[in-house]
Ligand binder design. Structure first.
Ligand code: SAM
Length: 277
């Protein structure tokens, strides 16, 4: 029998893929957690019915959320990742030579456990107990309240603004992020689809701009997410991603990110640029 799985994007739209088998299905205190093997995307992580990442295209999201901010900061040393329990973002962060420590604060231990077991390519740095990496199971919102003038770069690799992730999209959180960063620090957050989350993107952009003198929206093509185009927003105290000097020859191999793309990802179609006005 054919098995098809649909993520409901809106009330009237879904993304459907054909599934070979379900590898894991469970429930944590925070959400339902599933891993399925699909024909087009390979193994996929699904939280509360929402597609999070897949073996087929995960490199796009993880390279773009990690390398754009890390190549914007000239000397990133202390890094915090909020969420990102599949491990893909920290896998990219530890590749930067200047990085000394990466703290990852993920609320759901089951996501970490399941990713290590079923998505070893993505969770590689966690699996290897990478010496730069410290994984903490806890609430990123609470963690942010404790830090002051400490991090060079904060990466908010969160799920959708529902459930435990809601507070990660609030003004109060951005104020806490600002305080936790050093005077030249910067942060990035995944900010959803420019087609299906337009009021959210606009609200977040303006909230971040209230705290950070440099606020920039950038885009990446991500086949797993609604509409195939995904947005990220940077808030920076000093360094402008548009002025970053990214080496043409990167110190490591990437499959999506490169120095030209670092510039072009900030070029916005009018229908997206208007969200920042
Ligand atoms: N790439 C993904 C996307 O955009 O769909 C995000 C992946 S990552 C799996 C998101 C993680 O954020 C989830 O594992 C979720 O448990 C975690 N998360 C949600 N709220 C959180 C919070 N308040 N503190 C820390 N982690 C949180």
């Amino acid at each position: 029998m054919e098995l098809w799985l649909t993520e409901k994007e809106t009330e009237h739209l879904g993304l459907t893929c054909r599934v070979k088998e379900t590898l894991f299905s469970g429930k944590s205190d925070f959400q339902s957690v599933e891993v399925v093997d699909s024909y087009e995307f390979g193994r996929m992580l699904i939280l509360d019915g929402v597609f999070q990442t897949s073996i087929f295209e995960e490199y796009i999201y993880h390279e773009m959320i990690a390398h754009v901010p890390l190549f914007t900061h000239p000397q990133p040393q202390k890094i915090l990742v909020i969420g990102g329990g599949d491990g893909g973002t920290v896998r990219e962060v530890v590749r930067h030579e200047t990085v000394e420590t990466v703290e990852m604060v993920e609320i759901d231990g089951l996501v970490v456990e399941v990713s290590k077991k079923y998505l070893p390519e993505i969770s590689a740095a966690m699996l290897a107990n990478h010496p730069k990496l410290k994984v903490e199971i806890g609430d990123g919102i609470a963690h942010m309240k404790e830090a002051e003038n400490y991090y060079d770069v904060i990466i908010v690799d969160c799920s959708d603004p529902i459930g435990p992730g809601v507070g990660l999209f609030s003004r109060e959180f951005y104020q806490d992020v600002h305080r936790a960063l050093k005077p030249d620090g910067l942060f990035v957050q995944q900010t959803e689809s420019p087609f299906y989350h337009r009021p959210l993107i606009s609200r977040i952009y303006h909230d971040i701009a209230d705290f950070f003198p440099i606020t920039r929206l950038y885009l990446a093509n991500i086949p797993l997410y609604p509409g195939g185009l995904h947005s990220f927003t940077i808030g920076s105290k000093q360094y402008d991603p548009l002025q970053a000097s990214v080496p043409e020859l990167l110190p490591f191999a990437t499959r999506y990110y490169n120095s030209d793309l670092h510039k072009s990802c900030f070029v916005l179609p009018n229908c997206v640029a208007e969200l920042t006005k």
